[in-house]
Design a binder for this molecule. Structure first.
Ligand code: ASP
Ligand code: MG
Length: 422
């Protein structure tokens, strides 16, 4: 049987018609290797940002349904153009949107999860020798409503398609040459990793490394899809392979350092110290589809029998979170104020090699202390340590941690775009 390869090209790789021609050539090359090819594309260049901006000009809080109707159009443009470009180079190609394929999602707007992908149409067209171009980022509910998977979601579309088609590999073509030990815009001599495990990549993606949509890594891990991140412009560079941890040799305790500047911290003060309060609080967040990241509950004060609960959310969810909390306050009997701070960043070190190796956390804390950086919250997993710091200290912290854990290379990485301002 012929092998299926799923290729995904991001917005920068299809930013104009010249680049689309280039993508068509890369796709055809894979087809010429004797493989069946399914291509997933994002919207061209900054199209999605532009669409978001127009919506915000018209309404401060656009309806989720209309927002998804709008944003899904971006990918519709690129699939048709890429299919045309492939046809113009003499190959048979067909484009499909999510509704045509049957990329079924839950009924949630702007960050829907994929539940199922129908493969009959895809298989039939592959059998007929066609190259298939599928719109990333979008989905459809059982009732035929258009949804989107969240910003950057085309990666997840690609991996989910690869899983559904039992593909040999999913190649994510992008404007960087792979996964680096940290953002080369912060540390120019960051090293490109040849390999990284799903587990580490997942932690890095959640920690703010913007290479891959976190859910794409989750899906790849769940279905064991080998995932390669590579440059659309330097095809002889094999990029970074993401695979199961059991197949890897681990030399260093830390594989990467990341900063997430888009978090906000909330403290609910004077919450009664009794069973059910945290359940109610975070249950209400979950109902509103707000993901909570770090959580700290303070030690209970004996006199008042209350404690404070602090947690972080994505800065985009801050207004919604505060609205939920204001409604909930009486119900849970929280008598204190609700403090909000967006001037924070989460700095994380990630590595499967830190398991059973003592001293990694203390090295991190000492490094931050030497720079006079105050740690506001700490959270850990088996392979990650995150510290919440002031936003304007984040890059300094990343540089120092990258150095102390010996992640530098001799080469200067090529960088694209500017760092977000702090
Ligand atoms: N076009 C969407 C976005 O800009 C999806 C993607 O690029 O993956 O977020
Ligand atoms: Mg992307």
């Amino acid at each position: 049987m012929r092998k299926v390869i799923v290729q995904k090209f991001g917005g920068t790789s299809v930013a104009d018609t010249e680049k689309i021609k280039n993508v068509a050539r890369t796709v055809i090359k894979e087809k010429e290797n004797g493989n069946d090819v399914v291509v997933v594309v994002s919207a061209m260049g900054h199209t999605t940002d532009y669409l978001v901006k127009m919506a915000k000009d018209l309404s401060p809080v656009p309806s989720g349904r209309e927002m998804d109707m709008l944003l899904s159009t971006g990918e519709g443009v690129s699939i048709a153009l890429l299919a045309m470009a492939i046809q113009a180079q003499g190959y048979d190609a067909v484009s499909f949107n999510a509704m045509q394929v049957g990329i079924i999602t839950e009924n949630v707007h702007s960050k829907a999860r994929i539940i199922d992908i129908k493969t009959d149409k895809l298989r039939k067209n592959l059998q007929e020798g066609k190259i298939i171009v599928v719109a990333g980022f979008q989905g459809v509910t059982e009732d035929g409503e258009i949804t989107t998977l969240g910003r950057g979601g085309s990666d997840t579309s690609a991996v989910a398609l690869a899983a559904a088609l039992n593909a040999e590999r999913c190649d994510i073509y992008t404007d960087v040459e792979g996964v680096y030990t940290t953002d080369p815009r912060i540390v120019p001599n960051a090293s490109r990793l040849d390999e990284i495990s799903y587990e580490e990549m997942l932690e890095l993606a959640h920690a703010g490394a913007n290479v891959l949509h976190p859910r794409s890594v989750e899906t790849a891990k769940q279905f064991n899809v080998p995932l390669r991140v590579r440059s659309s412009f330097k095809l002889d560079n094999m990029g970074t392979l993401i695979l199961g941890v059991d197949n890897m040799e681990i030399y260093k305790p830390v594989a990467g350092v990341a900063a997430d500047l888009s978090q906000a911290r909330i403290v609910v003060c004077d919450v009664p110290d009794k069973p059910g309060v945290a359940a109610k609080l975070f249950g209400s967040m979950a109902k509103e589809h707000i993901s909570v990241d770090m959580i700290i509950q303070s030690y209970a004060r004996k006199v008042s029998n209350t404690n404070d609960i602090a947690f972080t959310v994505d800065a985009n969810d801050l207004d919604k979170t505060v609205a939920v909390l204001k409604k909930l306050r009486e119900d849970i009997g929280a008598s204190g104020e609700i403090q909000v701070d967006s001037n924070i960043a989460k700095v994380s070190i990630v590595g499967a090699g830190m398991i059973d190796r003592p001293g990694i956390a203390s090295t991190m804390f000492e490094t931050l202390a030497e720079l006079g950086i105050n740690i506001r919250m700490i959270s850990t997993s088996e392979i990650k340590i995150s510290c919440l710091v002031d936003k304007d200290q984040a890059y300094k912290a990343v540089e120092a941690l990258h150095k102390v854990f010996e992640l530098e290379s001799d080469e200067i990485a090529e960088v694209k775009g500017d760092l977000p301002n702090v």
